[in-house]
Design a binder for this molecule. Structure first.
Ligand code: BTN
Length: 269
């Protein structure tokens, strides 16, 4: 992938691979942005339509979950935010990140043949390293209990060399580049991500993606730590419920369900 000199992001290059090419009319590409999620949010407030996609070749202030930053170097990653205006109920918006992780895994697998796994909630892993993170931000209307918009931010390390990652990330972060995938372009993968996201969002209420999520979930049946602000709680991940919550059996035998937060696999990561 890194060896492909033609890997220049373009709406036209992406549109070629879209199932619904008309979506390609709403793809906006920037050379550099602080954060595609922030730009997408501004556009959503200004009225951008469902399916608008904001992409940047580089982010200077890429945002991660839990107030973290997302390393977003020039031209070696995919940094994209999809504006969604779904007409499902507000309570279903929590399913978006779970559904999106399945969509991104499928897109990576279709284009590269690599089979990624998911670390709850929505980190995508290949060969024990995180290759993609997802940050969904929603704005809802309290009076009508409807969703105004969701910004679905997806960051994929495409062909970042391991020594390019900051020191503190070098053992944790990886990229999807493999020698046998160097005919895959970022345009192709972006299009496939859009295809899969649109499909899963259209069918979100039937929750079929939960089964696939479980199949790909790398923490199930593993001993884990639930990471809280000032302590770690040991337990075992036993299931994923129909809302994407992680069902954990604590060491005293009690069962709890996590709906958000962070875990680590014990003796790993
Ligand atoms: C995480 O791993 O904590 C989530 C990372 C999400 C990164 C993506 S890159 C595109 C979009 N714009 C951002 O500022 N963040 C998301």
């Amino acid at each position: 992938m890194s060896t492909n000199d033609n890997d220049i992001l373009s709406p036209k290059g992406i549109r070629t691979f879209l199932i619904k090419p008309q979506l390609g009319d709403n793809i906006i590409i920037f050379k550099t942005l602080p954060s595609t999620n922030e730009t997408a949010k501004k556009l959503a407030i200004e009225g951008a339509v469902n399916g608008t996609v904001v992409i940047a070749d580089e982010q200077t202030a890429g945002k991660g979950r839990l107030g973290r930053s997302f390393f977003s170097p020039l031209e070696s990653g995919i940094y994209m935010s999809i504006i969604l205006r779904p007409n499902f109920k507000v309570e279903n918006s929590v399913l978006i990140t779970t559904a999106a992780s399945v969509a991104v895994c499928k897109a990576i697998e279709k284009t590269t043949g690599i089979k990624p796994g998911i670390k709850w909630v929505n980190d995508i892993f290949v060969d024990g390293k995180k290759v993609c993170g997802i940050l969904a931000e929603a704005s809802s209307n309290f009076e009508t209990s409807t969703i105004d918009y969701i910004i679905l931010g997806i960051g994929i390390n495409f062909n970042t060399n391991s020594n390019e990652f900051p020191k503190q990330l070098q053992n944790i972060a990886g990229s999807i580049y493999k020698e046998n995938t160097n005919n895959v372009t970022r345009n192709m993968l972006i299009a496939e991500v859009i295809n899969e996201v649109i499909k899963v969002v259209e069918n979100i209420e039937n929750r079929q993606f939960i089964r696939e999520y479980k199949n790909r979930c790398i923490v199930l049946k593993k001993d884990i730590f639930i990471i809280e602000k000032d302590r770690k709680i040991a337990g075992r991940a036993v299931d994923v419920d129909e809302n994407g919550g992680l069902v954990v059996q604590k060491q005293d035998g009690t069962i709890i369900t996590l709906n958000t937060g962070e875990i680590s696999i014990r003796g790993n990561f």
